[in-house]
Ligand binder design. Structure first.
Ligand SMILES: Cc1ncc(COP(=O)(O)O)c(C=O)c1O
Length: 375
């Protein structure tokens, strides 16, 4: 017969978006009903209001809602007129969309290894890869930890490069007191449901202090026109829809509390894992980490993951392959061994159950099993 402890363990989810809905159900239900009753589903008042609210939260001049974080990157690159023949520097260890967006606009991703403790682009290695074709750097604030924006902005200024922050995973994170996404020429946000600020579907936003860039993104998201039916460039149909914007406006009111809870849970995990062979995430001295994911490093990951699963603790792997070994980049001529830190991360990282509504007991439960499994 199973003990109560074992039954409880079985209930730990990897993340739980339904729990979040229940915690703010009345507000969400009201917001959805209001959109249904207003009957305006594309680019309505909630999109306009959310753009202003997000811009105010991040302390930037403009926000433009788009259909996804991937589209935010594509439209930002297009707005900066980056395309065929141009090179864009980025980390080799990130979600594929960062490189995919660069390739979708016809430009070439130039990859750099990452820092072993924060997984952010290794700034020391950037200068050597800058060529006359380099147009921009895309730092990725991976897992919720900010890249070293002070160094990146300094280098970009010296070498006249644009900076596009991939802030898909770090809504609310800070570098030296400034919100990530607000420091580069453009910031790209994703509202994918599991993100710190997540919609109930796809969504994204481009944020910037540059009115011209904002205007171009606004045109690009609707077929390249300012005046309806009179396109001035080839654009997209890439709008954040009104229902998602209404939901996100509700959630934005709770983001500080949720990010704070993420920080508390992460601290608990790290404390409980102290003295074990499990590597816990770092937080740099200039950083406010918002723990989009709680990522540990383990040896023998396949076995650890399998045994955790058998004992009711689900985990996930972000990401099993660094970009330089991904099929769509094969023609760029990278090889195994080119970026050892990224490669090791892709072999060792493991995301533990983690979401703001998680209980302290669930953290303890996950750690108890993990400790047993790693021995
Ligand atoms: C680092 C990073 N960049 C870009 C994206 C793309 O965002 P989306 O899934 O909203 O297109 C994601 C999200 O999945 C991401 O994690």
């Amino acid at each position: 017969m199973k003990t109560l402890d074992q039954v409880e363990r079985k209930k730990i989810p990897l993340m739980d978006m339904v729990a979040q809905y229940h915690s703010i159900k009345t507000e969400i239900d009201d917001a959805i009903r209001q959109v249904l009753e207003a009957g305006q589903f594309i680019l309505g008042p909630n999109v306009a209001a959310l753009e202003k609210e997000v811009a105010a939260y991040l302390d930037v001049g403009h926000g433009v809602g788009v259909a996804s974080g991937t589209d935010a990157l594509v439209l930002a690159l297009r707005a900066l007129e980056i395309g065929p023949g141009d090179e864009v520097i980025m980390p080799s260890y990130t979600f594929f969309a960062t490189a995919g967006a660069v390739m979708l606009v016809g430009a070439t991703p130039v990859l750099i290894d990452v820092e072993p403790d924060t997984y952010a682009i290794d700034v020391e290695q950037i200068a050597a890869r800058i060529t006359p074709k380099t147009k921009a750097i895309i730092p990725v604030h991976l897992y919720g930890h900010p890249a070293d924006m002070t160094a990146i902005l300094k280098l970009a200024k010296e070498r006249k490069l644009k900076v596009i922050e991939d802030n898909a995973q770090a809504f609310g994170a800070e570098h030296r007191g400034r919100k990530t996404g607000s420091m580069g020429d453009v910031g790209c946000l994703s509202f994918f449901p599991s993100k710190n600020l997540g919609a109930c579907g796809d969504g994204g936003m481009v944020v910037t202090n540059d009115a011209q860039i904002a205007e171009r993104v606004r045109m690009l998201r609707t077929h390249g026109w300012k005046k309806k039916y009179f396109p001035e460039m080839i654009g997209y149909n890439s709008r954040l829809d009104e229902m998602q914007a209404a939901i996100l406006r509700v959630k934005l009111r709770h983001i500080e509390e949720w990010n704070q809870r993420r920080r508390v849970l992460a601290a608990q995990y790290s404390e409980l894992l102290e003295g074990t062979s499990v590597g816990v995430p770092a937080e740099g001295p200039d950083a406010r980490h918002v723990y989009h994911l709680y990522i540990v490093r383990v040896k023998d990951r396949e076995r650890v993951q399998r045994e955790l699963k058998e004992q009711g603790v689900p985990t996930a792997i972000y990401y099993p392959q660094p970009l330089h070994l991904a099929e769509p980049l094969r023609h760029l001529g990278y090889h195994a061994g080119d970026f050892p830190v990224a490669e090791q991360a892709s072999e060792e990282t493991l995301a533990l159950p983690f979401f703001p509504e998680m209980s302290d007991e669930q953290v303890h439960g996950s750690v108890d099993v993990l400790k047993e499994v790693v021995g």
